[in-house]
Design a protein around this ligand. Sequence first.
Ligand code: NAP
Length: 280
Amino acid sequence: MNKIIDGKLISSKIKEKIKEKIQNLDVKPTLVVIQVGNNEASNVYVKNKKNAAINVGMNFNHIHFEETINEQEIIKTIEKLNKDNTVNGIIVQLPLPHHLNSNKIINHIVPIKDVDGLTTINLGKLFNDEECLTSCTPAGIIELLKAYNIKLEGKCVTIVGRSTLVGKPLIHMLLKENATVVVCHSKTVDLKRFTTKADILIVVAGKKHLICSEMVKNGAIIIDVGINKIDNKLYGDVNFNDVLDKVSYITPVPGGVGPVTIAILLNNTLKSYNMMNKKD
Ligand code: NAP
């Protein structure tokens, strides 16, 4: 059995469906990415988002500010984009430089255009089981599991990482699927005690090879979200070769969660378009 979850394949299937839907639209959806400064990883992520958006037939607008920009200028731009009916999705590429308050800036995006699902309103709706735009990476993880018919109900799922971007929204998405969720973080004592309990282990810590074979239960499913670039090479948070024999499924890095995250971003932009135009 092939144990390796093919994120690129799942992503292509989602994007193909989006492309078909967009082909039938007279006015194409528009995604806007706001970037500040020249973070090397952000440059790559924005380029990938741009290529993916254009490939499915969306319009893509990249607003790139100098590192020294102040909060008010960014907020003014967001408010203009909020009022522009041709704009459907707005994201602020993270991380922002330290002098800028990400939460404050993101919360100026109107929830209907918040395709990263990071405004307090969308996070609150998720918490409350209300229909909303949800954060792309956790939604992508749920899509990957479903695509491989991996059932969540009754399973013990351990998440390593509690960021607002991934770990926290994921807790609610997993609970909605009736999983039992354990959440670990940097202050967790004896991480192994919790990771070895997991039927499904989701690691989103940003620490190269944090998880090795002895921390994993036999037959576990591993979702490795981490992307660690060291000497121009990408590593996950899980030591892939070390755990491979022990697991029943695993996502590779790269080629696992990353491509699906982008597909969900495009899907959210189409959702926003449909909500703005009162379509399904
Ligand atoms: P983050 O905001 O830095 O959060 C990291 C989390 O991991 C924190 O909750 C932290 O605990 C926890 N942590 C750190 N070291 C740990 C350790 N030794 N043991 C247990 N927990 C530990 O990062 P993020 O934005 O969630 O991203 C995490 C990783 O995922 C990064 O490598 C990022 O590049 C990657 N990522 C990938 C995608 C994708 O599409 N594939 C999307 C988003 C992020 P504390 O809360 O106690 O600090």
